[in-house]
Design a protein around this ligand. Structure first.
Ligand code: AHR
Length: 487
């Protein structure tokens, strides 16, 4: 069947903040330990304790911003446990995630090293639920103050002379749940209090992030915006894609029915409604859109892989995950006026991961490939795409970068038929343009990469693109994410 879409070049929208392609790494399961941190004495090749294979994969992905240390872990984390000589660091229980020993070997210094090595901006999430105002204030001082002070002195004693640069700081996480089970009125007051002491030292300017709602909790957004708008730069939103009927039956990552496939994509697409409705509430208090909406946890959440620790949230990643990543990034591109950052959960070995590891082996997931293909949209201006099609299984976004190149992202989440596209390029000024494309697709809906066969799914070139003066036609197979470049 033939589908028409109009790409409206004179319908340019806001710039796509590069941070929309951000990531999240928590002290959870094998994300930090094993997945990122193996320690300097490990047999796995590493750079100052961080495994080289993962380091290279994350560097290649050009991750713009990385959120740490949680998640629920953030509101139990006491940062002073994670500094100083490693052998002397406090061993504690990670009560939230599997009840395992947390030896605090990965702390502030190691996190900033990781960010430096992969070229990502750090996003530190502070502790409101079980921490104090003083503890939060001192952490910011420890990280960013360059003068003479107790915390700057302590940092120097621990080997870091120069302060680090830190922009993104979250004041609590999920304070409506694991971060203290608070009511929005109470958290709004606490937020106002805590953020007062999140100071700007010297040239360092903190972008303050308040804990926002869970899914469709519009009341939370209303209260936070009403009570705290002048004190925040951004408000967060969390939404996970869970196909099953309950938290006890979320569904398998690899063994699922066609109905579950479509339910999964529908639940991912629900992000559009959430962003739209929360943004509408934000518009009431912030019509100039100065406060960003940050979706700092999103992605698929399935039952853990059989035989793995239920508290470790380890799941495989199929072409279905690739489609979830593609449609969700499209939604964020299309809402780039309000969405200023998003952080998929989580980077390695947890939930919808980019990378999976097993001992010294590593594989790239289909989700990794989508982020890699989509990185062309970072900092580009979103373009209006009008769909005129009765195929409900297509989802698009487009952008134009500073060099004048246009990228169209097409997600075809139907399971049966290929879709023949005809794009009308309205307002496209370049007569003799070229078009090239990349596609990630599969032969069956649960295809995935394994350690035995790590390259079953990887992007290939998209053939058969026809471009005339202002029309582009192409056929996209089912279960595909494609990116077309016009230049
Ligand atoms: O990403 C896993 C968990 O999901 C995070 O720790 C928490 O914030 C959310 O509930």
């Amino acid at each position: 069947m033939r589908h028409k879409a109009i790409v409206q070049f004179d319908g340019e929208k806001a710039q796509i903040n590069r941070n929309i392609h951000g990531h999240f790494a928590e002290h959870l399961g094998r994300c930090i330990y094993e997945g990122i941190w193996v320690g300097e004495d490990s047999d796995i090749p590493n750079t100052k304790g961080i495994r080289n294979d993962v380091l290279q994969a994350l560097k290649d992905l050009e991750i713009p911003v990385l959120r740490w240390p949680g998640g629920c872990f953030a509101d139990e984390y006491h940062w002073k446990d994670g500094i100083g000589p490693r052998e002397g660091r406090k061993r504690m229980v990670n009560t939230h995630w599997g009840g395992v020993v947390e030896n605090n070997h990965f702390g502030t210094h190691e996190f900033f090293l990781l960010c430096e090595l992969i070229g990502a901006e750090p996003y530190v999430n502070g502790n409101v639920g079980s921490g104090t105002v003083q503890e939060m204030q001192e952490w910011v001082e420890y990280i960013t103050f360059d003068g003479e002070s107790p915390m700057a002195g302590l940092r120097r004693e621990n080997g870091q002379d120069q302060s680090w640069s830190l922009t993104y700081f979250g004041v609590g996480n999920e304070n409506w749940g694991c971060g203290g089970n608070m009511r929005p009125e109470y958290y709004a007051d606490l937020y106002r209090q805590f953020q007062t002491y999140v100071r700007n030292y010297g040239e360092n300017k903190i972008y303050k992030i308040a804990c926002g709602p869970n899914g469709d909790n519009y009341h939370w957004t209303e209260v936070l915006m009403r009570e705290a708008t002048p004190f925040m730069d951004a408000l967060t939103l969390h939404h996970y894609t869970i196909p099953g009927p309950s938290w006890q039956e979320k569904g398998s990552a690899t063994r699922f029915t066609e109905d579950e496939w479509y339910t999964t994509i529908e639940r991912a697409l629900y992000m559009d409604e959430l962003v739209t409705k929360h943004s509408t509430i934000m518009d009431k208090y912030d019509p100039e859109k100065k406060v960003g909406l940050i979706v700092d946890e999103w992605g698929t959440w399935f039952d853990v892989e059989p035989g793995t620790n239920p508290g470790f949230l380890y799941q495989q990643n199929t072409i279905r995950d690739a489609l979830v990543a593609g449609v969700t990034l499209n939604i964020f591109h299309n809402h780039s006026d309000r969405v200023q950052m998003a952080n998929i959960a989580q980077t390695v070995n947890v939930l919808q991961a980019m990378v999976l590891t097993e001992g010294d082996q590593m594989l790239l997931t289909p989700t990794y490939h989508v982020f890699d293909m989509y990185k062309v949209h970072k900092d580009a201006t979103a373009i209006h795409v009008q769909e005129n099609t009765d195929n409900k299984h297509l989802h698009l976004s487009a952008s134009k970068n500073q060099a004048g190149e246009v990228h169209l992202s097409i997600c075809h989440y139907g399971l049966e038929e290929a879709a023949e596209f005809e794009f009308e390029l309205r307002g496209w000024e370049k007569a003799a343009a070229h078009a090239t494309g990349t596609i990630l697709t599969a032969d069956s809906m649960n295809e995935h990469n394994t350690f035995e066969n790590p390259e079953v799914l990887k992007p290939t070139s998209l053939d058969g693109i026809n471009l005339t003066k202002d029309k582009l036609s192409v056929t996209i197979p089912p279960m595909s994410v494609a990116v077309i470049k016009l230049h």
